[in-house]
Design a protein. Structure first.
Length: 268
């Protein structure tokens, strides 16, 4: 601990300041918490001044690490669908173990970003299905007809996305989710909207921490001088009390509270 304190003071004296305690701790193989403890002790002695440095980054959740390795759920679904297409009712959950209930949402996402597309059906039906895919409202009779044909799941205000139609996949896709997860894992910065979208899916989480910049204080010295607590006879005799640093006294502090007396034995 004393060696680390000496190293901190020497580094400040040689370089004028320590720009970042995090970098300082790494370069010298020291524990950052120990460095911060020494820093606060020196700050209390007015030997140094301190400035906060805020840090922030995104880190992957366990699910985010998984999807960074094997691909996003959307890409997994895309890879399951053969080139000739597949009935959506036969499509199973991806190999990552996701439940079928959540799989429906992934199929919706694939339709939205046009990774999957609806195969041709009858003229009117195809037009209605395209309207659903585009998120448009339709007349209730038309929606009821689609429900009878078993090509839609349910009718709740705006008709929900397709569940029982034949799906075809586009020629190729770019797994943007996996690319973003790998970029974050490699320590690269990503756009805030992309990071927030991943956060909503619980694939990333924010991580914040602080480091400090240390500069010379009004009482800076290469060695800490322990302040005296009492004025001694030796100090008065030698006159060293004139240059001796004394510990500050709190004259406003209250003494130990006095306790009440006792009744005289004859008065009990």
């Amino acid at each position: 601990m004393a060696d680390l304190e000496s190293l901190v003071l020497k580094s400040i004296n040689d370089g004028g300041c320590i720009d970042d305690t995090g970098d300082f701790a790494k370069q010298n193989g020291a524990d950052h918490l120990a460095t911060v403890g020494i820093m606060k002790s020196l700050q209390a002695s007015e030997m140094i001044t301190v400035e906060d440095i805020d840090h922030f980054k995104w880190t992957l959740s366990a699910e985010g690490v998984l999807y960074g390795d094997i691909g996003s759920p959307e890409a997994q679904v895309f890879n399951i669908v053969p080139a000739e297409g597949l009935a959506l009712s036969l499509l199973k959950a991806p190999a990552s173990g996701d439940e079928v209930d959540s799989f429906e949402d992934k199929t919706q996402a694939l339709l939205k970003v046009k990774m999957l597309k609806v195969d041709s059906i009858e003229d009117k039906t195809q037009a209605l299905l395209k309207a659903i895919q585009d998120g448009k409202d339709m007349a209730k009779p038309d929606a009821e007809d689609l429900k009878k044909l078993q090509v839609v799941d349910s009718i709740e205000g705006k008709t929900q996305a397709l569940l029982k139609v034949k799906m075809l996949k586009v020629d190729s896709i770019e797994d943007k989710t996996q690319a973003l997860l790998k970029a974050i894992q490699d320590g690269k910065e990503v756009a805030k909207p992309d990071a927030e979208a991943l956060k909503k899916r619980k694939l990333v989480k924010p991580e914040a921490w602080k480091t400090y910049k240390i500069s010379k204080g009004p009482k800076f010295a290469l060695e800490r001088v322990k302040p005296a607590t009492d004025l001694t006879v030796d100090m008065l005799a030698k006159g060293t009390w004139r240059t001796q640093e004394f510990k500050d006294y709190n004259f406003n502090a209250l003494g130990t509270p006095t306790t009440g007396g006792h009744l005289h034995p004859l008065l009990k």
